[in-house]
Design a protein around this ligand. Structure first.
Ligand code: FAD
Ligand code: SF4
Ligand code: SF4
Length: 478
Protein backbone atom coordinates (compact mmCIF):
# COMPACT_ATOMS: atom_id res chain seq x y z
CA UNK A 1 0.00 0.00 0.00
CA UNK A 2 1.30 3.49 -0.84
CA UNK A 3 2.60 5.42 2.13
CA UNK A 4 0.36 8.27 3.33
CA UNK A 5 2.32 11.40 2.36
CA UNK A 6 0.21 13.89 4.34
CA UNK A 7 -1.29 14.35 7.84
CA UNK A 8 2.12 14.26 9.50
CA UNK A 9 1.28 17.00 11.97
CA UNK A 10 1.32 14.60 14.91
CA UNK A 11 4.77 13.17 14.21
CA UNK A 12 6.43 16.24 12.61
CA UNK A 13 6.71 19.48 14.53
CA UNK A 14 6.18 22.90 12.99
CA UNK A 15 9.51 24.29 11.88
CA UNK A 16 10.02 27.68 10.22
CA UNK A 17 13.03 28.26 7.96
CA UNK A 18 16.09 29.17 9.95
CA UNK A 19 16.04 32.72 11.29
CA UNK A 20 19.35 34.57 11.29
CA UNK A 21 20.64 35.32 14.75
CA UNK A 22 19.49 38.76 16.03
CA UNK A 23 23.03 40.08 16.60
CA UNK A 24 23.95 39.28 13.01
CA UNK A 25 20.80 40.43 11.26
CA UNK A 26 20.74 43.81 12.99
CA UNK A 27 23.92 44.61 11.06
CA UNK A 28 22.31 44.51 7.60
CA UNK A 29 19.08 44.85 5.61
CA UNK A 30 18.90 41.31 4.27
CA UNK A 31 15.86 39.14 4.90
CA UNK A 32 15.96 37.44 8.26
CA UNK A 33 14.61 34.02 7.24
CA UNK A 34 16.65 31.59 5.14
CA UNK A 35 15.03 29.45 2.42
CA UNK A 36 13.82 25.93 3.25
CA UNK A 37 15.99 23.15 1.91
CA UNK A 38 13.79 21.04 -0.39
CA UNK A 39 13.48 18.11 2.06
CA UNK A 40 12.41 20.52 4.79
CA UNK A 41 9.77 22.17 2.60
CA UNK A 42 8.36 18.74 1.71
CA UNK A 43 8.38 17.68 5.35
CA UNK A 44 6.61 20.82 6.53
CA UNK A 45 4.04 20.66 3.71
CA UNK A 46 3.32 17.04 4.70
CA UNK A 47 1.96 18.23 8.05
CA UNK A 48 -1.22 19.46 6.33
CA UNK A 49 -4.29 17.37 7.11
CA UNK A 50 -5.91 18.14 3.70
CA UNK A 51 -9.11 19.51 5.23
CA UNK A 52 -12.29 18.99 3.24
CA UNK A 53 -13.27 22.53 4.15
CA UNK A 54 -9.90 24.32 4.28
CA UNK A 55 -10.21 27.35 6.53
CA UNK A 56 -6.71 28.43 5.50
CA UNK A 57 -8.00 28.88 1.96
CA UNK A 58 -11.18 30.68 2.92
CA UNK A 59 -9.17 33.15 5.04
CA UNK A 60 -6.66 33.84 2.29
CA UNK A 61 -7.92 36.94 0.42
CA UNK A 62 -6.91 35.29 -2.88
CA UNK A 63 -8.48 31.95 -1.92
CA UNK A 64 -5.24 30.24 -2.82
CA UNK A 65 -5.59 26.52 -3.30
CA UNK A 66 -3.33 25.87 -0.31
CA UNK A 67 -4.05 22.18 0.40
CA UNK A 68 -3.30 21.25 -3.22
CA UNK A 69 0.02 23.04 -3.46
CA UNK A 70 1.02 21.67 -0.06
CA UNK A 71 0.27 18.12 -1.28
CA UNK A 72 2.28 18.67 -4.46
CA UNK A 73 5.21 20.02 -2.44
CA UNK A 74 5.07 17.13 0.01
CA UNK A 75 5.15 14.62 -2.85
CA UNK A 76 7.99 16.30 -4.76
CA UNK A 77 5.77 17.60 -7.60
CA UNK A 78 7.07 21.12 -7.20
CA UNK A 79 6.43 22.38 -10.71
CA UNK A 80 2.77 21.47 -10.34
CA UNK A 81 2.76 23.14 -6.93
CA UNK A 82 4.05 26.29 -8.63
CA UNK A 83 1.41 26.12 -11.37
CA UNK A 84 -1.39 25.81 -8.83
CA UNK A 85 0.06 28.58 -6.66
CA UNK A 86 0.55 31.11 -9.45
CA UNK A 87 -2.91 30.49 -10.88
CA UNK A 88 -4.52 32.49 -8.07
CA UNK A 89 -1.69 34.78 -6.96
CA UNK A 90 0.25 37.19 -9.17
CA UNK A 91 3.13 37.49 -6.68
CA UNK A 92 3.17 34.39 -4.44
CA UNK A 93 6.81 34.82 -3.42
CA UNK A 94 5.99 38.32 -2.13
CA UNK A 95 2.89 37.28 -0.19
CA UNK A 96 4.76 34.28 1.24
CA UNK A 97 7.26 36.74 2.68
CA UNK A 98 5.08 39.58 3.97
CA UNK A 99 1.46 38.57 4.46
CA UNK A 100 0.57 38.65 8.15
CA UNK A 101 -0.10 34.92 7.98
CA UNK A 102 -0.93 34.77 11.68
CA UNK A 103 -4.05 36.83 10.93
CA UNK A 104 -4.93 35.17 7.59
CA UNK A 105 -4.22 31.64 6.31
CA UNK A 106 -2.07 30.28 9.13
CA UNK A 107 -4.15 31.88 11.86
CA UNK A 108 -7.06 29.74 10.65
CA UNK A 109 -5.26 26.46 10.09
CA UNK A 110 -7.17 23.76 11.96
CA UNK A 111 -4.13 21.93 13.20
CA UNK A 112 -3.05 25.10 14.97
CA UNK A 113 -6.42 25.07 16.66
CA UNK A 114 -5.88 21.43 17.73
CA UNK A 115 -2.64 22.51 19.42
CA UNK A 116 -0.07 21.21 16.91
CA UNK A 117 1.26 24.46 15.46
CA UNK A 118 0.04 25.73 12.13
CA UNK A 119 1.35 24.52 8.80
CA UNK A 120 4.01 27.03 7.67
CA UNK A 121 1.94 28.07 4.65
CA UNK A 122 3.70 31.37 3.89
CA UNK A 123 7.20 29.90 4.01
CA UNK A 124 6.19 27.05 1.68
CA UNK A 125 4.48 29.48 -0.72
CA UNK A 126 7.68 31.56 -0.90
CA UNK A 127 9.80 28.44 -1.37
CA UNK A 128 7.67 27.19 -4.28
CA UNK A 129 7.96 30.36 -6.38
CA UNK A 130 11.58 31.11 -5.46
CA UNK A 131 12.37 27.59 -6.69
CA UNK A 132 10.30 28.15 -9.84
CA UNK A 133 12.41 31.23 -10.65
CA UNK A 134 15.63 29.29 -10.02
CA UNK A 135 14.49 26.39 -12.17
CA UNK A 136 13.30 28.62 -15.02
CA UNK A 137 9.65 27.55 -14.68
CA UNK A 138 8.39 31.14 -14.48
CA UNK A 139 7.42 31.96 -18.03
CA UNK A 140 7.51 35.33 -19.70
CA UNK A 141 4.24 37.21 -20.08
CA UNK A 142 2.90 36.18 -23.51
CA UNK A 143 -0.24 38.06 -24.62
CA UNK A 144 -2.87 35.57 -25.75
CA UNK A 145 -4.34 38.07 -28.25
CA UNK A 146 -3.51 41.41 -29.80
CA UNK A 147 -6.14 43.75 -28.49
CA UNK A 148 -6.68 47.35 -29.48
CA UNK A 149 -7.60 48.70 -26.05
CA UNK A 150 -5.20 50.60 -23.82
CA UNK A 151 -5.36 51.03 -20.06
CA UNK A 152 -3.61 53.73 -18.05
CA UNK A 153 -2.76 52.72 -14.50
CA UNK A 154 -1.91 55.39 -11.95
CA UNK A 155 0.35 53.85 -9.31
CA UNK A 156 2.88 51.02 -9.65
CA UNK A 157 2.22 49.40 -6.26
CA UNK A 158 0.99 45.81 -5.93
CA UNK A 159 -2.56 46.75 -6.94
CA UNK A 160 -1.47 48.45 -10.16
CA UNK A 161 1.14 45.81 -10.98
CA UNK A 162 -1.27 42.89 -10.47
CA UNK A 163 -3.80 44.53 -12.79
CA UNK A 164 -1.08 45.25 -15.35
CA UNK A 165 0.01 41.60 -15.33
CA UNK A 166 -3.56 40.38 -15.90
CA UNK A 167 -4.28 42.89 -18.68
CA UNK A 168 -0.95 42.40 -20.46
CA UNK A 169 -1.50 38.63 -20.60
CA UNK A 170 -4.88 39.31 -22.24
CA UNK A 171 -3.19 41.50 -24.86
CA UNK A 172 -4.26 44.93 -23.64
CA UNK A 173 -1.67 47.73 -23.97
CA UNK A 174 -0.84 48.92 -20.48
CA UNK A 175 0.95 52.07 -19.37
CA UNK A 176 1.70 52.58 -15.68
CA UNK A 177 2.34 56.10 -14.40
CA UNK A 178 4.14 56.55 -11.07
CA UNK A 179 5.59 59.54 -9.31
CA UNK A 180 8.50 57.55 -7.90
CA UNK A 181 11.63 56.72 -9.87
CA UNK A 182 11.13 52.97 -9.40
CA UNK A 183 8.05 50.81 -9.66
CA UNK A 184 6.72 48.70 -6.77
CA UNK A 185 4.99 51.31 -4.57
CA UNK A 186 5.35 50.40 -0.91
CA UNK A 187 6.94 47.08 -1.88
CA UNK A 188 9.90 49.14 -3.12
CA UNK A 189 9.97 52.23 -0.91
CA UNK A 190 7.90 51.36 2.19
CA UNK A 191 8.63 47.80 3.28
CA UNK A 192 12.28 47.35 4.30
CA UNK A 193 14.66 44.79 2.81
CA UNK A 194 14.79 42.70 5.99
CA UNK A 195 11.16 41.69 5.23
CA UNK A 196 11.32 41.82 1.43
CA UNK A 197 14.59 42.14 -0.44
CA UNK A 198 14.42 44.63 -3.28
CA UNK A 199 15.61 42.31 -6.06
CA UNK A 200 12.46 40.21 -5.49
CA UNK A 201 10.34 43.25 -6.41
CA UNK A 202 12.59 44.43 -9.25
CA UNK A 203 12.47 40.93 -10.79
CA UNK A 204 8.69 41.29 -11.14
CA UNK A 205 8.94 44.84 -12.51
CA UNK A 206 11.38 43.60 -15.15
CA UNK A 207 9.12 40.68 -16.05
CA UNK A 208 6.25 43.11 -16.63
CA UNK A 209 8.44 45.39 -18.72
CA UNK A 210 9.58 42.48 -20.90
CA UNK A 211 5.90 41.52 -21.20
CA UNK A 212 5.15 44.85 -22.88
CA UNK A 213 3.98 46.96 -19.93
CA UNK A 214 5.21 50.52 -20.31
CA UNK A 215 6.36 52.32 -17.16
CA UNK A 216 6.28 56.12 -17.09
CA UNK A 217 8.18 56.92 -13.90
CA UNK A 218 8.88 60.25 -12.17
CA UNK A 219 5.43 61.24 -13.40
CA UNK A 220 3.13 62.73 -10.80
CA UNK A 221 -0.41 62.61 -12.13
CA UNK A 222 -2.01 65.94 -11.33
CA UNK A 223 1.30 67.77 -11.83
CA UNK A 224 3.22 66.30 -14.76
CA UNK A 225 0.15 65.10 -16.61
CA UNK A 226 -3.52 65.68 -15.90
CA UNK A 227 -6.05 63.01 -15.05
CA UNK A 228 -8.24 64.36 -17.86
CA UNK A 229 -5.38 63.83 -20.36
CA UNK A 230 -5.03 60.24 -19.24
CA UNK A 231 -8.75 59.63 -19.72
CA UNK A 232 -8.45 61.02 -23.25
CA UNK A 233 -5.49 58.82 -23.99
CA UNK A 234 -6.74 55.47 -22.66
CA UNK A 235 -9.87 53.34 -22.96
CA UNK A 236 -9.92 52.83 -19.19
CA UNK A 237 -8.09 54.17 -16.16
CA UNK A 238 -7.14 52.37 -12.97
CA UNK A 239 -6.44 54.46 -9.88
CA UNK A 240 -4.02 52.55 -7.63
CA UNK A 241 -2.34 55.40 -5.83
CA UNK A 242 -2.31 54.07 -2.26
CA UNK A 243 -2.58 56.30 0.81
CA UNK A 244 0.27 58.63 1.73
CA UNK A 245 -1.04 61.47 3.92
CA UNK A 246 0.51 60.96 7.35
CA UNK A 247 -1.73 61.23 10.41
CA UNK A 248 -0.14 63.96 12.46
CA UNK A 249 0.88 64.38 16.08
CA UNK A 250 -0.68 67.05 18.21
CA UNK A 251 0.66 68.68 21.34
CA UNK A 252 3.20 71.33 22.27
CA UNK A 253 6.47 71.08 20.37
CA UNK A 254 5.12 68.71 17.71
CA UNK A 255 6.58 70.88 14.94
CA UNK A 256 10.16 70.68 16.25
CA UNK A 257 13.08 69.63 14.07
CA UNK A 258 13.94 65.96 14.50
CA UNK A 259 10.27 64.85 14.43
CA UNK A 260 9.89 63.09 11.08
CA UNK A 261 7.33 61.12 9.06
CA UNK A 262 7.69 57.34 8.90
CA UNK A 263 7.24 57.26 5.13
CA UNK A 264 10.10 59.75 4.60
CA UNK A 265 12.32 57.82 6.98
CA UNK A 266 11.62 54.44 5.35
CA UNK A 267 11.82 55.76 1.78
CA UNK A 268 15.24 57.28 2.48
CA UNK A 269 16.46 54.01 3.96
CA UNK A 270 15.15 51.97 1.04
CA UNK A 271 16.76 54.36 -1.45
CA UNK A 272 20.06 53.89 0.36
CA UNK A 273 19.62 50.10 0.00
CA UNK A 274 19.57 50.62 -3.78
CA UNK A 275 22.86 52.52 -3.50
CA UNK A 276 21.26 55.91 -4.24
CA UNK A 277 22.68 59.12 -2.77
CA UNK A 278 20.45 60.13 0.12
CA UNK A 279 21.11 63.72 1.23
CA UNK A 280 18.94 63.20 4.35
CA UNK A 281 21.34 60.49 5.48
CA UNK A 282 24.33 62.69 4.85
CA UNK A 283 22.87 65.66 6.77
CA UNK A 284 21.64 63.28 9.52
CA UNK A 285 17.98 64.36 9.37
CA UNK A 286 16.68 60.85 8.53
CA UNK A 287 19.56 58.86 9.97
CA UNK A 288 19.46 57.18 13.40
CA UNK A 289 23.09 56.31 14.13
CA UNK A 290 24.05 57.18 17.72
CA UNK A 291 20.60 58.66 18.44
CA UNK A 292 17.92 57.93 21.03
CA UNK A 293 15.05 57.07 18.73
CA UNK A 294 11.38 57.06 19.72
CA UNK A 295 8.85 55.68 17.26
CA UNK A 296 5.21 56.49 17.90
CA UNK A 297 2.61 53.94 16.75
CA UNK A 298 1.83 50.23 16.96
CA UNK A 299 1.26 49.07 13.37
CA UNK A 300 3.42 47.47 10.68
CA UNK A 301 4.92 50.83 9.75
CA UNK A 302 6.09 51.45 13.33
CA UNK A 303 7.62 47.95 13.44
CA UNK A 304 9.52 48.64 10.22
CA UNK A 305 10.80 51.97 11.57
CA UNK A 306 12.10 50.60 14.86
CA UNK A 307 13.91 47.76 13.14
CA UNK A 308 15.39 50.13 10.54
CA UNK A 309 16.68 52.42 13.33
CA UNK A 310 18.35 49.42 15.00
CA UNK A 311 20.12 48.60 11.72
CA UNK A 312 21.28 52.21 11.34
CA UNK A 313 23.09 51.92 14.69
CA UNK A 314 20.78 53.92 16.99
CA UNK A 315 21.90 54.29 20.61
CA UNK A 316 18.46 53.16 21.80
CA UNK A 317 15.13 52.48 20.08
CA UNK A 318 11.80 52.69 21.89
CA UNK A 319 8.33 52.21 20.52
CA UNK A 320 5.50 54.06 22.26
CA UNK A 321 2.03 52.62 21.87
CA UNK A 322 -1.10 53.79 23.66
CA UNK A 323 -2.69 50.35 24.08
CA UNK A 324 -1.17 47.08 25.32
CA UNK A 325 0.56 44.33 23.39
CA UNK A 326 -2.62 42.28 22.91
CA UNK A 327 -4.45 45.25 21.39
CA UNK A 328 -1.83 46.47 18.95
CA UNK A 329 -2.54 46.32 15.20
CA UNK A 330 0.97 45.21 14.15
CA UNK A 331 1.86 41.55 13.66
CA UNK A 332 2.96 39.76 16.85
CA UNK A 333 5.63 38.00 14.82
CA UNK A 334 7.17 41.37 13.92
CA UNK A 335 7.02 42.58 17.55
CA UNK A 336 8.92 39.46 18.61
CA UNK A 337 11.50 40.02 15.85
CA UNK A 338 11.91 43.65 16.94
CA UNK A 339 12.36 42.68 20.60
CA UNK A 340 15.00 40.11 19.69
CA UNK A 341 16.86 42.83 17.77
CA UNK A 342 16.90 45.15 20.80
CA UNK A 343 13.79 47.34 20.50
CA UNK A 344 12.08 48.31 23.74
CA UNK A 345 8.29 48.59 23.71
CA UNK A 346 6.63 51.08 26.02
CA UNK A 347 3.01 49.95 26.19
CA UNK A 348 0.10 52.11 27.36
CA UNK A 349 2.00 55.29 26.60
CA UNK A 350 0.99 58.24 24.43
CA UNK A 351 2.94 61.38 23.48
CA UNK A 352 1.60 64.50 25.18
CA UNK A 353 4.16 66.94 23.91
CA UNK A 354 7.82 67.38 22.98
CA UNK A 355 10.73 69.24 24.52
CA UNK A 356 13.48 71.11 22.66
CA UNK A 357 13.88 72.26 19.09
CA UNK A 358 15.55 70.24 17.72
CA UNK A 359 13.63 67.74 19.79
CA UNK A 360 15.35 66.27 22.86
CA UNK A 361 12.48 64.54 24.62
CA UNK A 362 8.94 63.20 24.39
CA UNK A 363 6.54 63.98 27.22
CA UNK A 364 4.83 60.64 27.75
CA UNK A 365 1.33 60.29 29.17
CA UNK A 366 0.67 56.96 30.84
CA UNK A 367 -2.59 55.32 29.69
CA UNK A 368 -4.98 52.60 30.85
CA UNK A 369 -7.58 50.64 28.90
CA UNK A 370 -11.18 51.73 29.36
CA UNK A 371 -14.43 50.43 27.87
CA UNK A 372 -14.51 48.83 24.41
CA UNK A 373 -15.21 51.27 21.55
CA UNK A 374 -17.44 50.64 18.50
CA UNK A 375 -14.78 48.33 16.99
CA UNK A 376 -14.74 46.20 20.16
CA UNK A 377 -11.21 47.32 21.12
CA UNK A 378 -10.81 48.84 24.59
CA UNK A 379 -10.20 52.58 24.33
CA UNK A 380 -7.06 53.98 25.92
CA UNK A 381 -7.59 56.77 28.46
CA UNK A 382 -4.99 58.90 30.27
CA UNK A 383 -4.06 58.20 33.90
CA UNK A 384 -4.30 61.61 35.53
CA UNK A 385 -0.95 62.96 36.74
CA UNK A 386 1.17 60.09 35.41
CA UNK A 387 3.62 61.46 32.89
CA UNK A 388 7.37 61.53 32.37
CA UNK A 389 9.89 62.59 29.74
CA UNK A 390 11.54 60.07 27.46
CA UNK A 391 14.87 61.15 25.96
CA UNK A 392 14.72 61.39 22.17
CA UNK A 393 16.73 63.07 19.44
CA UNK A 394 14.86 61.43 16.57
CA UNK A 395 11.08 60.97 16.80
CA UNK A 396 9.34 59.03 14.04
CA UNK A 397 5.59 59.47 13.53
CA UNK A 398 4.03 56.17 12.49
CA UNK A 399 0.38 56.79 13.30
CA UNK A 400 -1.05 55.60 10.01
CA UNK A 401 -1.92 57.00 6.62
CA UNK A 402 -4.90 58.68 5.04
CA UNK A 403 -5.80 59.27 1.41
CA UNK A 404 -4.74 62.42 -0.35
CA UNK A 405 -7.58 64.60 -1.61
CA UNK A 406 -7.62 63.29 -5.18
CA UNK A 407 -10.67 65.20 -6.45
CA UNK A 408 -8.96 68.49 -5.54
CA UNK A 409 -5.43 67.48 -6.55
CA UNK A 410 -6.67 66.27 -9.91
CA UNK A 411 -9.40 68.88 -10.42
CA UNK A 412 -12.00 66.10 -10.69
CA UNK A 413 -14.97 67.05 -8.53
CA UNK A 414 -16.98 64.18 -9.94
CA UNK A 415 -14.49 61.51 -8.75
CA UNK A 416 -16.58 59.77 -6.07
CA UNK A 417 -14.97 59.58 -2.63
CA UNK A 418 -16.19 58.38 0.75
CA UNK A 419 -16.31 60.58 3.82
CA UNK A 420 -12.84 59.25 4.70
CA UNK A 421 -11.49 60.43 1.36
CA UNK A 422 -11.00 56.94 -0.11
CA UNK A 423 -12.21 56.43 -3.68
CA UNK A 424 -15.70 54.94 -3.81
CA UNK A 425 -15.54 51.81 -5.95
CA UNK A 426 -17.39 48.54 -6.29
CA UNK A 427 -15.52 46.03 -4.08
CA UNK A 428 -15.82 43.21 -6.64
CA UNK A 429 -14.96 45.08 -9.84
CA UNK A 430 -13.22 48.27 -8.73
CA UNK A 431 -15.59 50.24 -10.98
CA UNK A 432 -16.31 53.80 -9.89
CA UNK A 433 -19.27 55.89 -10.98
CA UNK A 434 -16.99 57.67 -13.48
CA UNK A 435 -17.24 56.01 -16.86
CA UNK A 436 -14.24 53.74 -17.52
CA UNK A 437 -12.50 54.66 -14.25
CA UNK A 438 -11.63 51.90 -11.78
CA UNK A 439 -9.84 52.01 -8.43
CA UNK A 440 -8.10 49.37 -6.28
CA UNK A 441 -5.93 48.79 -3.24
CA UNK A 442 -5.32 51.16 -0.36
CA UNK A 443 -6.92 54.15 -2.10
CA UNK A 444 -10.22 52.23 -1.91
CA UNK A 445 -9.78 50.24 1.31
CA UNK A 446 -7.68 52.69 3.34
CA UNK A 447 -4.28 51.44 4.58
CA UNK A 448 -4.54 47.69 4.12
CA UNK A 449 -2.40 44.78 2.92
CA UNK A 450 -0.47 43.80 -0.18
CA UNK A 451 -2.54 40.66 -0.69
CA UNK A 452 -5.78 42.67 -0.81
CA UNK A 453 -4.28 45.08 -3.34
CA UNK A 454 -3.28 42.11 -5.53
CA UNK A 455 -6.77 40.66 -5.30
CA UNK A 456 -8.37 43.99 -6.18
CA UNK A 457 -5.98 44.53 -9.10
CA UNK A 458 -6.75 41.13 -10.63
CA UNK A 459 -10.49 41.58 -10.25
CA UNK A 460 -10.56 45.11 -11.68
CA UNK A 461 -8.49 43.96 -14.66
CA UNK A 462 -10.96 41.16 -15.34
CA UNK A 463 -13.88 43.61 -15.05
CA UNK A 464 -12.20 45.90 -17.59
CA UNK A 465 -11.79 43.01 -20.03
CA UNK A 466 -15.48 42.18 -19.67
CA UNK A 467 -16.35 45.81 -20.33
CA UNK A 468 -14.14 45.88 -23.46
CA UNK A 469 -15.69 42.62 -24.70
CA UNK A 470 -19.22 43.96 -24.17
CA UNK A 471 -18.32 47.16 -26.02
CA UNK A 472 -16.90 45.24 -29.01
CA UNK A 473 -19.89 42.87 -29.03
CA UNK A 474 -22.30 45.79 -29.21
CA UNK A 475 -20.28 47.42 -32.03
CA UNK A 476 -20.32 44.10 -33.92
CA UNK A 477 -24.10 43.82 -33.43
CA UNK A 478 -24.76 47.26 -34.93
P1 FAD B 1 0.99 51.48 -2.96
O1 FAD B 1 1.84 50.29 -2.71
O2 FAD B 1 1.01 52.54 -1.94
O3 FAD B 1 1.41 52.07 -4.37
C1 FAD B 1 0.85 53.26 -4.83
C2 FAD B 1 1.74 53.88 -5.89
O4 FAD B 1 1.04 54.99 -6.44
C3 FAD B 1 3.06 54.42 -5.35
O5 FAD B 1 4.13 53.90 -6.10
C4 FAD B 1 2.94 55.93 -5.53
O6 FAD B 1 4.18 56.54 -5.87
C5 FAD B 1 1.96 56.03 -6.68
N1 FAD B 1 1.23 57.29 -6.73
C6 FAD B 1 0.48 57.86 -5.76
N2 FAD B 1 -0.07 59.01 -6.19
C7 FAD B 1 0.37 59.18 -7.47
C8 FAD B 1 0.17 60.18 -8.44
N3 FAD B 1 -0.59 61.27 -8.20
N4 FAD B 1 0.78 60.06 -9.64
C9 FAD B 1 1.56 58.99 -9.92
N5 FAD B 1 1.78 57.99 -9.01
C10 FAD B 1 1.19 58.09 -7.81
N6 FAD B 1 1.25 45.02 3.85
C11 FAD B 1 1.46 43.69 3.98
O7 FAD B 1 0.67 42.91 3.44
N7 FAD B 1 2.52 43.21 4.69
C12 FAD B 1 3.44 44.03 5.25
O8 FAD B 1 4.39 43.56 5.87
C13 FAD B 1 3.27 45.43 5.11
N8 FAD B 1 4.17 46.28 5.61
C14 FAD B 1 4.01 47.61 5.39
C15 FAD B 1 5.00 48.48 5.85
C16 FAD B 1 4.86 49.84 5.63
C17 FAD B 1 5.94 50.75 6.11
C18 FAD B 1 3.72 50.36 4.99
C19 FAD B 1 3.55 51.83 4.80
C20 FAD B 1 2.73 49.51 4.55
C21 FAD B 1 2.88 48.13 4.73
N9 FAD B 1 1.93 47.24 4.24
C22 FAD B 1 2.14 45.89 4.40
C23 FAD B 1 0.75 47.70 3.50
C24 FAD B 1 0.96 47.55 1.98
O9 FAD B 1 2.24 47.99 1.62
C25 FAD B 1 -0.12 48.28 1.21
O10 FAD B 1 -1.38 47.82 1.64
C26 FAD B 1 0.01 48.04 -0.30
O11 FAD B 1 1.29 48.39 -0.77
C27 FAD B 1 -1.07 48.83 -1.06
O12 FAD B 1 -0.86 48.68 -2.42
P2 FAD B 1 -1.38 49.79 -3.47
O13 FAD B 1 -1.01 49.24 -4.80
O14 FAD B 1 -2.79 50.11 -3.18
O15 FAD B 1 -0.55 51.11 -3.15
FE1 SF4 C 1 -1.43 33.10 3.20
FE2 SF4 C 1 -1.05 35.47 2.05
FE3 SF4 C 1 -0.30 33.28 0.80
FE4 SF4 C 1 -2.89 33.80 1.09
S1 SF4 C 1 -1.43 34.99 -0.10
S2 SF4 C 1 -1.87 31.83 1.40
S3 SF4 C 1 -2.91 34.80 3.11
S4 SF4 C 1 0.54 34.03 2.71
FE1 SF4 D 1 -3.91 22.05 5.69
FE2 SF4 D 1 -4.24 23.73 7.79
FE3 SF4 D 1 -5.30 24.30 5.43
FE4 SF4 D 1 -6.28 22.29 6.84
S1 SF4 D 1 -6.36 24.46 7.40
S2 SF4 D 1 -5.89 22.31 4.62
S3 SF4 D 1 -4.42 21.52 7.80
S4 SF4 D 1 -3.11 24.12 5.90
Amino acid sequence: MAKQPMLKFISVERDMPEKREAGVRREDFHEIYAEYASAKAAEQASRCSQCGVPYCQSHCPLHNNIPDWLRMTATGRLKEAYEISQATNTFPEICGRICPQDRLCEGNCVIEQSGHGTVTIGAVEKYITDTAFEEGWVEEIEPIADRAETVGIIGAGPGGLAAADWLARAGVKVTIYDRYDRAGGLLTYGIPGFKLEKDIVMRRNEQLERGGVEFVLNCNVGEDITFADLREKHDAILIATGVYKTRDLQGPGSGAAGIVRAIDYLTASNKASFGDDVPEHEDGSLWAEGKSVVVIGGGDTAMDCVRTAIRQGAKSVKCLYRRDRANMPGSQREVANAEEEGVEFVWMAAPKGFTGDPVDGVIVQRMRLGQPDASGRRSPEPIEGEEYTEEADLVIKALGFEPEDLPTLWGQDELPVTRWGTVKADFRTGATDMDGVYAVGDIVRGASLVVWAIKDGREAAQAMLERFDMASASVAAE
